[in-house]
Design a protein around this ligand. Structure first.
Ligand SMILES: [Zn+2]
Length: 240
């Protein structure tokens, strides 16, 4: 591996280990990317895809031993679309069968949509599925922190793609990464024409994100963002 901690460009179906705490799984088909952040006995899963391909990811996690020794997991949803929350219940049940305690977390707006099972916002019918509503244990606000072992992730509310969209920022003193959901991708941004989307809010959210020092951005779809500042400048220019 050279200077790029990821090694070669990512290929679908191969977990990408980002030292020291992050595992990236590229989404298959409609699925969002799924991330695992681990420290000791605790782990955070960021988004769960549609749930349709969960057995594939579960097999990779089992073969890689990524959850060995983990006792407690928080599943965080970056926002309330089905391709990010559809797998929530299947992932929870799978983890519980492995003896792991599971909690759900999301921004309070997203949490509310998930608890009500609001199909008009979740849009599960796009995928020919139904969303099974469930309780969200941690309803978060901008500025809250999620703890995973010794790590702390900052919750940044970034409305625009949806009203509840949020990013998570992790700075462990050596690496600074941002999990962006569908707020910003490599070379583009999330669409704002779906229910609760708002183009002006998205612009403000992107301007706010530009103020963070980030080595790598991990979006909800596609490859990682390695030029955080340049990428945001480019998408903001394109939105202007
Ligand atoms: Zn989305």
């Amino acid at each position: 591996m050279g200077e790029n901690p990821f090694g070669n460009p990512p290929t679908n179906l191969l977990p990408i280990e980002v030292p020291p705490h992050v595992l990236m799984l590229r989404g298959i088909g409609w699925d969002s990317n799924i991330y695992l952040v681990r420290d000791g006995e605790e782990a955070l899963i960021i988004d769960t895809g549609t749930g349709i391909n969960w057995h594939v990811y579960a097999g990779m996690w089992e073969r890689g031993g990524y959850l060995e020794g983990v006792r407690r997991v928080i599943i965080f949803n970056t926002h309330e679309h089905f391709d990010h929350v559809g797998g929530n219940n299947v992932v929870k049940r799978w983890l519980e069968r492995h003896g792991i305690e599971v909690y759900f977390a999301a921004h309070k707006i997203t949490a509310n949509v998930i608890e009500r099972g609001d199909e008009g916002v979740i849009l599960s019918y796009f995928y020919g599925r139904r969303f099974e509503p469930h309780q969200v244990d941690f309803k978060l606000e901008d500025g809250d922190k999620l703890r995973v072992g010794s790590l702390e992730l900052l919750v940044i509310h970034t409305p625009g793609h949806t009203a509840g969209s949020s990013c998570l920022y992790l700075d462990d003193g050596k690496h600074r990464v941002m999990f962006t959901g569908d707020t910003v991708f490599k070379g583009t941004v999330g669409r704002t024409d779906l229910p609760t989307g708002d183009g002006w809010a998205l612009r403000e959210s992107l301007e706010r994100l530009a103020g963070f020092d980030v080595d790598f951005g991990f979006p909800g779809h596609g490859g990682y963002i390695d030029d955080w500042e340049g990428n945001l400048k480019e998408v903001l220019r394109w939105l202007a």
